[in-house]
Design a protein around this ligand. Structure first.
Ligand SMILES: [Zn+2]
Length: 161
């Protein structure tokens, strides 16, 4: 994103509750923004809206999660991450290898998502955004923090979310 709204990025986002047409509009705008940035995920605070909405797109499968809650975490995996709100920086971040997430979809219907691999990582990255946590806060080995310049390199090696 070109102009990260630092305030929203560091704030705890508010629960949505009922999924109104305004929230659906927010979701559509987020999908456009994620596609434009070739990202694999996006959280509403990244577009300056402090509400608990995230989207992910992994293996061409788009997921919309309103008021997501991680109800179970299993295992640990270290992987490289980047963030659309912090272009040009990547680092290795430990995450749970598998998560179970409860959320509402864009119609307000509850569902449960059982994810591992890249999707599990992106979900944890995005839910962190809702709590004002950025991926650099999760880095354990700070020697893995590095700058990347070529965007092709970022897309090949990294989860930008
Ligand atoms: Zn991010």
């Amino acid at each position: 994103m070109d102009s990260p709204k630092a305030g929203a990025l560091r704030r705890k986002a508010r629960a949505v509750g009922r999924v109104t047409p305004q929230i659906q509009q927010l979701i559509d705008g987020m999908i456009d923004a994620m596609h434009e940035a070739s990202g694999v995920g996006l959280a509403a605070p990244q577009v300056g809206v402090s509400k608990r909405v995230i989207i992910t797109e992994v293996e061409e499968r788009l997921q919309v999660l309103v008021d997501p809650k991680i109800v179970k975490r299993e295992g640990e995996e270290i992987g490289t991450e980047g963030c659309l709100s912090m272009p040009g920086i990547v680092a290795d971040v430990p995450r749970a290898a598998r998560v179970i997430v409860k959320a509402k979809n864009r119609k307000g219907k509850g569902f449960t998502l059982d994810a591992d691999g890249l999707l599990a990582r992106v979900l944890q990255h995005e839910v962190d955004h809702l709590d004002g946590v950025l991926f650099l806060d999760r880095v354990v080995d700070t020697s893995t923090i590095r700058e990347v310049t070529a965007s092709a390199e970022v897309e090949a090696a990294v989860t930008a979310a």
